[in-house]
Ligand binder design. Structure first.
Ligand code: DP6
Length: 321
């Protein structure tokens, strides 16, 4: 029996992942670029060798669907594995609009590999984490991370690559939590629906590589306006693809639109370099300079149930035993 505890942070995509080229292996149709966020984290302990498989999430037995995903993920680490005990907790509210599956599978990959006495090289763990949830492949590293789509059928070249560490550029992501209701259609189902039915899907794929290049250049140049522009372009192309799926995927709520317009007004009227993004849910996230974060939080506050100001976070790490 051996035990390991890992901590990982969620990440927000700046250039988005939407669409798969291989569903069983969870290989993306497009490359993406993200910012790992500090402040919020998932802490996961894996005991390798327990009386039975058990999975606990936030202090209670995990719902069977989540527990089954965790068990299947541990089988990837070692198909001959012993029964394991997994205890995982998020420091942030579920439904806060931050992809908890990203930090969850990054922490599980690291804790599981360490508990099993396996290699914990982040590229190997990113390939594993990707198979739990695509966005998790980016949470092994801190700061700005590219998830290269890769070309291989076995997915061994589809993993995160660190671009700029957390302390290299002091930006903020201001999160306006519009609604904490569970999402209607999950990412995996939504992506497949867009691939099969949206007339915009081909354009989405065709423009993804150049958006990624533009995003990467802007990060390396610490060009907030340039990064914001391509982030908004990627965000609204993704949402247009979602909305033109059949049946349509509309993740926005009235409060989301109010937040977007408040930020665009702030940019137009006061010249604040603040840029919006949204994922498969109603929350609005705003990228800005550290000095502008409180101003951005103030314009979101009337339209959001809660506002969080988050800075860049570090890589997934093991807790000392
Ligand atoms: C809209 O990583 O949750 O947040 O691979 O099916 O688990 P699966 O999807 P997931 O999708 C994230 C989609 C997104 C954009 C992004 O994070 O890049």
């Amino acid at each position: 029996m051996s035990t390991a505890t890992a901590v990982a942070h969620p990440n927000i995509a700046l250039v988005k992942y939407w669409g798969k080229r291989d569903v069983p292996r969870n290989l993306p149709a497009v490359p993406s670029l993200s910012l790992t966020l500090g402040g919020f984290e998932t802490r996961t302990t894996v005991t390798w060798g327990a009386p039975t498989d058990t999975v606990e999430l936030d202090g209670a037995p995990a719902p069977e669907k989540a527990a089954a995903k965790v068990r299947a993920f541990l089988d990837l680490l070692d198909p001959q594995r012993p029964p394991c005990r997994v205890v995982s907790a998020n420091s942030f509210p579920t439904g806060a609009g931050l992809a908890s599956s990203a930090s969850a599978f990054a922490a599980l990959a690291l804790a599981g590999a360490a508990a099993a006495g396996q290699d914990t090289d982040p590229v190997r763990l990113s390939i594993l984490a990707r198979q739990g949830s695509g966005s998790a492949s980016r949470s092994l590293w801190g700061g700005f991370v590219v998830w290269q789509a890769g070309e291989r059928a076995d997915g061994l070249d589809s993993h995160g690559v660190p671009l700029l560490p957390a302390d290299a550029w002091d930006v903020r992501m201001v999160v306006g939590v519009v609604s904490t209701a569970a999402k209607a259609v999950g990412s995996t189902e939504g992506m497949e629906r867009s691939r099969a039915t949206s007339p915009l899907y081909a354009t989405w794929l065709a423009q993804a590589a150049s958006d990624l290049d533009e995003g990467r250049r802007a990060v390396l140049a610490r060009d907030l306006d340039g990064l914001g522009r391509v982030m908004e372009a990627s965000t609204y192309k993704m949402h247009a693809t979602m909305m033109t799926s059949q049946p349509p995927l509309l993740y926005w709520q009235p409060g989301s639109v109010a937040c977007l317009q408040a930020v665009w007004r702030l940019r137009a009227e006061e010249g604040v370099s603040a840029w919006t993004t949204m994922d498969a849910g109603p929350q609005v996230k705003v990228l800005c300079a550290a000095a502008d974060a409180e101003r951005v939080a103030a314009v979101l506050a009337p339209h959001a149930a809660r506002v969080h100001v988050l800075g860049p976070g570090g890589p997934a790490r093991l807790e000392p035993a």
